[in-house]
Design a protein around this ligand. Sequence first.
Ligand SMILES: [Fe+2]
Ligand SMILES: [Fe+2]
Length: 336
Amino acid sequence: MYTQAMDTMAREAKGQVQAVKSAEEQARETAFEARIDAGEFIEAKDWMPDHYRKTLVRQISQHAHSEIVGMLPEGNWVTRAPTLKRKAILLAKVQDEGGHGLYLYAAAETLGVSRDELLDALHSGRAKYSSIFNYPTLNWADMGVIGWLVDGAAIMNQVPLCRCSYGPYARAMVRVCKEESFHQRQGFDALNVMMTQGTPAQRDMVQDAVNRWWWPSLMMFGPPDAESTHSTQSMRWGIKRISNDDLRQKFIDATVEQAQVLGVTLPDPLLKWNEARQSYDHGPIDWSEFWNVVNGHGPCNRERLADRVKAWDDGAWVREAALAHERKKQLRAKAA
Ligand SMILES: [Fe+2]
Ligand SMILES: [Fe+2]
């Protein structure tokens, strides 16, 4: 371990000072870097630098929290789905998100943290989750737009994570991405039905939902590269493969054409094909809105957290019953 005092470790984590390392530590770190460079997966029992472990715990747990908080805005519409078919699809999708949370908490636990610690950090407001889920879902078209844009942006972000250097996270992502692609397509399909077979009022609902979700979806890729604090080290370690701005651009380029197929207008008058770059130029993103929501002042931050805490408290009897059942089974096994 480090030979420096705690305060030095904190400063080291911010990249301000280098802790003194023994020759043995240096050799282990060099061997670790060589494995990363060779494209090898790092597994749970392998040695890894403390900062690599902490970075992964932060990222994987934030990802897990985002999956389960992400169930809330859509869960809100399960009882109001317009048809049985749409209700069954929405239920399946929300349930998938719960499953994604489960794989991700399990992946984080392989790094030596407990699920209780992670959930406590979420419920006490210390941990972050994706800010997109702090926006309200105001009409049925929001369900389609969340699938199309929010799950679409999630896929862009997560496909490169299937090649993340940490094996348990990468493997969880392979399955998650398959399910996210169903989520994206069901959203597009729901919108397409409303746009091609719906009334003018239904088409207006779709356009209204697109207007509200477009910019927050672009913010899902995180701050611009120049302001992204964790990016350089995460790229070096193979945790992150593509920069925030590059992923955002890929998303915009793919989505503009889908918007044309749907017949909706993306709310950016500066969106324009750039022949030289072979990409779409776009208008400025309001980063003050992003930071405002990240810092807890979005439209639904308090509501989402309160719902999560209530779900946790309401589920206490289930956790207690499961533990009591397990204790009984063990006693019976001993007696036999
Ligand atoms: Fe998900
Ligand atoms: Fe999803």
